[in-house]
Design a protein around this ligand. Structure first.
Ligand code: ANZ
Ligand code: ZN
Length: 847
C-alpha cells in the first residue's frame, strides 16, 4: 500500500468524486465563481497544450471550491467547421460521425486528468438542442435590427465554390484548393457589430483584469480614427456625378495630394465601365486577388487612368484613377493619393509617374523621399511646408484637427469619426454549420422561420463528392413552404460562421438544457465568467464577437443587465514546447528523431550513433516528431505528474518546455511526497522544540502558495511546495506536528495534484474530501519572523546588542553591526580586522 501506484490512486479518487457528484454546480446562497477554459475543437485527440489550459482552470476551480465558492466549471465542444467536412471529403465518412467520434475520444482522454468539471452541462455546438437555440437568438437579433443582408465583396474560391474568410486566403490563393481567389459580389448576412464600435471600445477600459496587450489588440482592431470626408468637384461632371467624396485620416497632408483613386466597385467606375471596354476589363481583372488588407498591401499596385479630373481646392486639378488597393467598403471607396507620406500611394505614383509633393519635413533634418514614404508618428512635431491653414511647426495630430476645422469653415468637407471595425459577415456556403433559419419566398421575400419550427436541422443524407454546398443540392431539404404564405419557397442554404457558435456558449453553460437560449435567473446568478483562460490566438475575433453577442443578447432579453462584458478576467496561457532532435541526410535535408530514439548525454541517435542537433523549445508538430501525447504521460506517470509538470518551471503566460527528464523528476518528487506521507502516518515521536519551527514553515507555505494561486503564478506555488516538502522531510518535529503539516501540504497540493492530495489526506485521517475542506489560513502570529537579540562583542567582550530577525542574511547583519554607534566609535573611522557572525547567536568584531 505504501507504493505510489498512480493508476490505482487516480482511478479510486475519480470514482469517489463521481460518486459524491462533487462537481455538479447548482445555484445556492453561496457566492458563485465561474471559471471557464476556451472550449476545444474536437479535432481528434487532446494535446498537451489542452492539458496545460485545463489544468490551470482546474487549479483555480478547486482552489475556489475550497475557499467557500459555489463553482461553475463546465466543458463542451466547438464542433462545427471545415475540418469535419474535409475529413469527410477525404475519407468518405460523414462530418457528424467524425465529430462525435472525436468528441468521445477526447472526452475519454480528458476524464483521466481528474478535472473538476460539471460534465452534466456538456454540449457540442453541433447538437440540434444548441444550434436550435442559436437560431432562435438569430431571429431575435434579426427582429432587433442587429442582423441584415447586403451585397458585399467577398473572396470567392472558384474551385471549392465557396466564400473564404480573409484568413483563409494565403498569397491570393484559397488555403485548401490553392486556386486563385476572385473577388465577387454576393448577398450575405451580416451582424451589425459596427453599430457597437464605440461601446465595445469604451467597455475595454473596465476590463482591468485582462492582459494589457489583449485590450490593445482589441482597440486597434476597432480602430477608431478621426478624419475628414471631403468632396472634390469634378472638373466636368459625368454620368450625373459632380464630385468625388474621399475619406482621409491625414487631411493635414492635403497639400501633397497628387491624384484621386477610386475602388473598381465604385459607382463612378461602374458607370464608366458601361461604355469603356478597357476600363471594364481592368476592373474585372483586379477583382482577382483577395480582399484582405494584407493582400492589398502586398499586391502589385495597379491602376487605370480614367482621363477625368477633379478640381483641387488648393489650385489646379487632380487626375482620377481606378486603383486595385482602394476598398469599396471602407470610408467612401475613394481616396486622395499623397505619395510623399503614404507608402501605397508612393508605390502607385512611382509606377504611373505621378508627382510626389512633400507637405512637411522633420524638424531636425529634412529628408529626401526615395522609395519610402515618410510618415512620422502623429505626435511628433514637424515643419509644415506651405500648409493651407498657415501652420508652421506642430504635430500631425494638431495639424489634422486644424485642417478639419479649416475644411469645415470653407465648406469643403466634414470631420468624421471612422472605425476600422466592419460588420461581421456570417454567411458560409458550407454544410457543417448552423443553418440560417430563414426562407426565401418569391412572393414575400426573406421570411424568418417560425420559432416553433426550430431547430432547422441539418439533413444527414448529404454527399461531398462534388464541390459546392451540399445543402444547395439537397432539394427535399431546401424546398419548403413559405412560413408566411405557404407557397413553395426555398430555405436559406448558407450556414453560420462557426465564430457565432463560440460567441455565446459561455452563457448557454449557465442553463444548458433550457428551452430558450438562456434562463435569466441562471444567467443572473452565474454570469459573468469570473476567470476565462485560453490562447492568445483568440485575443481579437473570438473575444470581440463574444463581447458583441453579450450586448446583443442583453438587447434581445436573453441576458440580464450587467453582462455586457462577459469575461471579467482573462488569462492567456503560453504553449507547451518540446525540443526537436534532428540530423541531416546526404542532401542536407533535416531528418527528425523521436525523443526515445536519441541519447541525450552523448547527443547521438541510439541506433546509428549520428550526432544530433537539438533545437530547444519548439512548437510541437507531428512532422517534427516532437509531440508528446498526454495519454502516454498519464499511463507512465499518472495525471498528477502531467498536471504538476505543466504548471512548474515557467510562469503560466510563458511557454514551458516538456522534457523527458523533467517529467521523470516530477514523478519522483510526487513519489517522495507519497513516501513521506506513509512514513509520517506510521511515525511516533513526542512533541518537541522543532514543532514551532515546523508550524512557522507551514504558515509561510500557506501564505506563499495562496499568493501564487491568486496571482496566477502557479510556478511560484509549485516552487514553494517543493521547498516546504523538503522542510517537512528534514523536520525533527513530533508526530502530531508532522501530521498536521502533512495535512496542510495535501491541502495546498490539492488544486495541482488532486488525486495524490486526497490519498494523503485520507492517510492522515482527514475527514471527507480534501476538496471540501476549507482552504487553510496562515496564522498571522506565525508569519511574523522572530526578533532576537544578537550580542555584539568587540575583541571578545560584549559591548552592544542588536535586534534582528532570526534568519536575517549575514550580509544584512554585518551592515547593521557596522552601523552600530558603539562599534563605530570603537572603529574610529577604520575597518575591523575581522567580523565573525555566528547566525542567530553572536557577533564578534576584531579590531
Ligand atoms: C490621405 C493620406 C495621406 C492618407 C497620408 C494616409 C496617409 P486608417 O487610418 O487605417 O483608417 N483610405 C481611405 N479609404 C480607403 C479605402 N476605401 N481603401 C483604401 N485606402 C483608403 O486609413 C485611412 C487612410 O487610408 C486614409 O487616409 C486614406 O489615405 C486611406 F499621408 O488619405 B489617407
Ligand atoms: Zn411567401
Amino acid at each position: 500500500i505504501s507504493e505510489y501506484d498512480t493508476a490505482r490512486i487516480e482511478a479510486k479518487w475519480q470514482a469517489a468524486w463521481d460518486q459524491a457528484d462533487l462537481f455538479r454546480a447548482t445555484r445556492s446562497a453561496a457566492p458563485k465563481y465561474y471559471v471557464l477554459e476556451m472550449f476545444p475543437y474536437p479535432s481528434g485527440r487532446i494535446h498537451i497544450g489542452h492539458v496545460r489550459n485545463y489544468t490551470m482552470g482546474d487549479v483555480i476551480a478547486r482552489y475556489k471550491m475550497s475557499s467557500g465558492f459555489n463553482v461553475l466549471h463546465p466543458m463542451g465542444w466547438d464542433a462545427f467547421g471545415m475540418p469535419a467536412e474535409n475529413a469527410a471529403m477525404a475519407s468518405g465518412g460523414h462530418p457528424k460521425d467524425w465529430t462525435y467520434q472525436n468528441i468521445d475520444v477526447m472526452r475519454g482522454q480528458m476524464k483521466p486528468l481528474g478535472l473538476s468539471i460539471d460534465w452534466s452541462r456538456e454540449f457540442a455546438t453541433c447538437d440540434p438542442e444548441y444550434y436550435g437555440q442559436q437560431q432562435a437568438l438569430f431571429l431575435d437579433m434579426l427582429d432587433a435590427g442587429l442582423v441584415y443582408r447586403k451585397n458585399a465583396t467577398v473572396n470567392w474560391d472558384p474551385v471549392d465554390m465557396t466564400v473564404l474568410a480573409n484568413e483563409q486566403v494565403e498569397n491570393g490563393r484559397g488555403w485548401r484548393s490553392g486556386a486563385e481567389v476572385e473577388r465577387r459580389e454576393l448577398t450575405q448576412w451580416f451582424f451589425k457589430i459596427s453599430d457597437m464600435a464605440e461601446d465595445l471600445l469604451d467597455g475595454l477600459t473596465s476590463l482591468k483584469d485582462w492582459p494589457e496587450k489583449v485590450r490593445l489588440m482589441q482597440e486597434n482592431w476597432i480602430g477608431k480614427s478621426r478624419g475628414l470626408q471631403m468632396i472634390f468637384p469634378m472638373t466636368t461632371p459625368v454620368h450625373g456625378q459632380d464630385g468625388i467624396e474621399v475619406y482621409t485620416t491625414r487631411p493635414d497632408t492635403l497639400r501633397g495630394a497628387s491624384f484621386i483613386a477610386i475602388a473598381p466597385e465604385h459607382p463612378l467606375a461602374k458607370a464608366l465601365a458601361e461604355d469603356n471596354a478597357d476600363l471594364a476589363a481592368f476592373a474585372a481583372d483586379v477583382r482577382k486577388g483577395g480582399t484582405t488588407e494584407e493582400a492589398l498591401e502586398k499586391a502589385e499596385k495597379r491602376g487605370f487612368d480614367t482621363g477625368l479630373t477633379v478640381d483641387n481646392p488648393l489650385g489646379g486639378t487632380l487626375p482620377v484613377w481606378i486603383a486595385n488597393f482602394v476598398l469599396m467598403d471602407y470610408g467612401t471607396g475613394a481616396i486622395f493619393g499623397c505619395p510623399a507620406h503614404d507608402q501605397r500611394d508612393l508605390d502607385f505614383a512611382r509606377k504611373y509617374d505621378l508627382p510626389v509633393i512633400d507637405t512637411f519635413v522633420a524638424v531636425q533634418d529634412g529628408h529626401p523621399v526615395t522609395t519610402e514614404a515618410f510618415t512620422p508618428p502623429k505626435t511628433e512635431a514637424v515643419r509644415w511646408l506651405d500648409h493651407p491653414t498657415g501652420l508652421d511647426i506642430t504635430t500631425g495630430q494638431a495639424a489634422i484637427a486644424a485642417t478639419i476645422d479649416w475644411a469645415e469653415a470653407k465648406g469643403l468637407g466634414t470631420g468624421k469619426t471612422q472605425y476600422r471595425l466592419r460588420d461581421w459577415g456570417l454567411s458560409r456556403q458550407r454544410y457543417w454549420g448552423c443553418p440560417i433559419p430563414v426562407v426565401h419566398c418569391d412572393a414575400c421575400g426573406v421570411v424568418p422561420e417560425k420559432k416553433e419550427n426550430l431547430p432547422v436541422v441539418l439533413p444527414d443524407d448529404v454527399t461531398f463528392d462534388v464541390p459546392g454546398n451540399p445543402l444547395d443540392r439537397h432539394l427535399s431539404w431546401r424546398d419548403t413552404p413559405c412560413p408566411n404564405c405557404g407557397k413553395p419557397a426555398r430555405r436559406e442554404t448558407d450556414t453560420m460562421d462557426t465564430f457565432v457558435d463560440s460567441s455565446w456558449y459561455y452563457a448557454r453553460f449557465t442553463a444548458p438544457r433550457a428551452k430558450t437560449p438562456t434562463d435569466l435567473d441562471d444567467a443572473a446568478y452565474w454570469m459573468n465568467v469570473d476567470q476565462y483562460i485560453g490562447g492568445v490566438e483568440h485575443a481579437i475575433l473570438h473575444l470581440l464577437y463574444s463581447r458583441f453577442f453579450a450586448r446583443a443578447m442583453g438587447k434581445t432579453g436573453h441576458l440580464p443587465q450587467g453582462t455586457e462584458e462577459p469575461f471579467k478576467a482573462l488569462f492567456t496561457q503560453g504553449m507547451v514546447t518540446h525540443a526537436i532532435f534532428q540530423t541531416r541526410d546526404d542532401k542536407g535535408r533535416p531528418v527528425y528523431h523521436l525523443p526515445e530514439d536519441v541519447d541525450l548525454d552523448s547527443k547521438t541517435v541510439r541506433a546509428t550513433g549520428e550526432t544530433i542537433e537539438i533545437i530547444p523549445s519548439a512548437k510541437m508538430s507531428k512532422s517534427k516528431r516532437n509531440v508528446v501525447d498526454p495519454q502516454d504521460i498519464i499511463s507512465s506517470y499518472g495525471a498528477d505528474t502531467a498536471r504538476w509538470f505543466v504548471l512548474s518551471d515557467s510562469p503560466p503566460e510563458r511557454d514551458v518546455e516538456w522534457t523527458a527528464s523533467g517529467a521523470e523528476a516530477t514523478f519522483k518528487h510526487l513519489r517522495r511526497v507519497h513516501r513521506l506521507a506513509t512514513d509520517i502516518a506510521r511515525a511516533d515521536r513526542a512533541a518537541n522544540a522543532a514543532d514551532t519551527d515546523l508550524a512557522r514553515a507551514t504558515a509561510r507555505a500557506i501564505h506563499e502558495v495562496t499568493e501564487g494561486i491568486e496571482g496566477f503564478a502557479f510556478n511560484k506555488s509549485v516552487a514553494k511546495l517543493y521547498e516546504f516538502t523538503n522542510t517537512l522531510h528534514k523536520s525533527d518535529a513530533g508526530a502530531q506536528a508532522r501530521r498536521d503539516a502533512m495535512k496542510i501540504l495535501a491541502q495546498l497540493m490539492a488544486p495541482m495534484t488532486p488525486h495524490l492530495a486526497e490519498e494523503i489526506w485520507s492517510m492522515m485521517g482527514g475527514e471527507g474530501f480534501v476538496l471540501n475542506t476549507p482552504w487553510p489560513k496562515a496564522d498571522p502570529g506565525l508569519l511574523v519572523e522572530d526578533a532576537i537579540l544578537l550580542p555584539i562583542q568587540i575583541n571578545g567582550k560584549k559591548k552592544s546588542e542588536l535586534s534582528v530577525s532570526k534568519d536575517m542574511p549575514n550580509a544584512e547583519v554585518e551592515a547593521l553591526v557596522l552601523g552600530d554607534t558603539i562599534v563605530q566609535r570603537a572603529l574610529n573611522g577604520g575597518q575591523p580586522k575581522k567580523l565573525i557572525i555566528v547566525p542567530g547567536r553572536i557577533v564578534n568584531v576584531v579590531i
